[in-house]
Ligand binder design. Sequence first.
Ligand SMILES: [Zn+2]
Ligand SMILES: [Zn+2]
Length: 264
Amino acid sequence: MFPTTCPVCRQEFTRAGWATLCDECWKRLEPWTGPACSRCGLPFASELAAASTEPLCADCRREEFHFDLARSFGLYKGDLRTVILQLKFLSRRRLGLQLGRLLAPLWVTIRGSNGNELPLLVPVPLHQTRERARGFNQAEVLARGLSAEVSSLCGKKSLRVAARCLERTRLTVPQAGLSLGQRHENVRGIFRVPSPESVRGRTVVLVDDVMTTGATLSSCALSLKRAGADRVYGLTLARATPMFPDVVAVRPLDPVDDLGQARG
Ligand SMILES: [Zn+2]
Ligand SMILES: [Zn+2]
């Protein structure tokens, strides 16, 4: 079952077949190129914050996070938010594979800092119950899209997606509506690495759809480091931040939003 109209702008596709979004909508999915925290990638609203010698956000100055570096493709608003909701709640796997390719330029950024070793790509896991209900883990689909793109760009065949490397041991309440402290508490200690030898001494790149406070990525990173991972990076498609609210959020909420934002 392939859509015949673009799920974002509702225009009918001019060519049949494998389109997931129309060309115009793809072009509108823009990366964030403004100033950002050098560690967690939080976009800054002004150039001033980035002009200091070490442009770090408040959380990173307090060393809140267990990952070494995180980057997001764009802001969680507008069309990028729409396509992420489509991917998640309409199980649009092919769209997810294509969206994963957008992470490839970020891959190059983090690859600069860890030499020649080939990292493990680890999707942020859903709880088994939620994955079964949804039929797939959107983070895993994004990781597979990224892996395919990096492999075709760099000719690397063995960029492995280690989808079972990390487990979510508890079904948690959605992070949306929780305070920063509650978000960290909600995901504290909920991830485990069933086979620590699979990550020992390795560089791990976590992949997820949305990063909000960073609590989820940080909790994953802590488990991986306790299991012996050397470095842990995080790549997400979108960064949600109150500095850049979604202007279309004043519309009545999509029904899918009730389920949304299960991540931190
Ligand atoms: Zn469109
Ligand atoms: Zn930061």
